[in-house]
Design a protein around this ligand. Structure first.
Ligand code: ADP
Ligand code: MG
Length: 315
């Protein structure tokens, strides 16, 4: 099978709203009138972002999901995607499953695959995504304001626990907990609907991919403000919640959550609470003057998440 047969067979079939999609030198798309175009790209490299033998259906899902998560963080409606693949070999079963995972998620969010690139090389999956918001309505990292509530969607720390359990055997969650965590690691659900609903309500937003505290830190530095965050308020799996003190670093600083962290004025607290029909949202802290984030225990003590004291995670 040559390169063009491969593209035709696995990637060219799906319906698209592009004026010109796969098959010419570039795609042509028509953004909606009065909208800003949001562009992002995220690559996933074998051995760095995923195990070489990872389930290909999950990889197809995740390669798109991490990009949809970037659109969600801007409050944008995702519309078009480009897929750049480096493949060590043409494995038809692998490609079939990868494409299934990719297109199942793309269909759910109305995203058209309009082009890409295919080469031989070490397995690398790179998706470029384009989405829209009404002009000027995109949620920025720089818009947090002193007095805002800090919110986070879904639950934190599950993917980090799953990863930890692949690498070490000092934590032994029951099988059903591990299954939930692995699903979260391999098939994160991008918070696209929540992100869109936050336009006009939230001030700043970011998606949580490198760890909640690190990503909140980007909002703080971009906005020139600080935050306090309450450890007890961070949403997580009940199993992790029972070990909240010992596994604080996993919950507050573990990676790969693909949740949204956002800030919003107190006046819209109820309106944001009402969005929990889309996905759970938790109020976890507040924006204060100054800089940096202070993680607080129930008794008001500041928790330092240094390497010491959190060996379970920091191995
Ligand atoms: P070019 O030589 O101009 O780079 P290619 O031969 O790489 O074009 O690709 C031919 C067409 O197939 C283009 O429209 C391109 O966007 C599309 N394409 C290539 N690889 C993929 C892929 N993995 N997924 C979707 N479309 C692809
Ligand atoms: Mg090309």
């Amino acid at each position: 099978m040559n390169e063009f047969e491969l593209i035709d067979r696995f990637f060219a079939g799906a319906a698209t709203d592009a004026r010109v999609g796969i098959g010419d030198d570039a795609a042509i798309v028509q953004p909606s009138p009065g909208c800003d175009l949001h562009l992002a790209v995220d690559a996933m490299v074998s051995g760095r972002h995923f195990f070489a033998d990872a389930d290909p259906r999950g990889l197809g899902h995740k390669a798109l999901a991490v990009n949809l998560s970037d659109m969600a963080a801007m409050g944008a409606t995702p519309r078009w995607a480009l897929l750049s693949l480096a493949l060590p070999a043409v494995d038809q079963a692998w490609l079939t499953a990868f494409a299934e995972g990719f297109f199942a998620l793309a269909r759910r969010y109305g995203v058209s695959l309009v082009g890409g690139d295919t080469t031989a090389g070490p397995l690398t999956l790179s998706v470029t995504i384009a989405g829209e918001t009404r002009r000027g309505a995109g949620l920025l990292r720089s818009a947090a304001t002193v007095g805002d509530d800090v919110w986070v969607s879904g639950s934190l720390g599950l993917a980090a626990l799953a990863l930890h359990c692949y690498q070490a055997d000092d934590l032994l969650p029951p099988p059903e907990v591990l299954a939930r965590c692995r699903l979260k690691m391999h098939q994160p659900e991008p918070r696209v609907d929540l992100g869109r609903a936050l336009v006009g309500l939230a001030h700043a937003a970011i998606d949580v991919s490198d760890g909640f505290l690190a990503d909140l830190g980007h909002i703080l530095s971009c906005s020139g403000v600080g935050a306090e965050v309450w450890l007890d308020a961070l949403p997580t799996d009940p199993w992790l919640g029972e070990r909240r003190q010992a596994l604080a670093a996993m919950i507050a600083a573990g990676g790969d959550d693909y949740e949204l962290c956002f800030t919003a004025p107190v006046a819209v607290r109820d309106a944001i609470g009402a969005l929990s029909g889309l996905c759970p949202v938790s109020r976890v802290g507040r924006i204060v003057a100054g800089g940096g984030v202070r993680l607080l225990a129930a008794d008001g003590q500041v928790i330092e998440l240094g390497r010491t004291g959190f060996d379970h995670f920091q191995s």
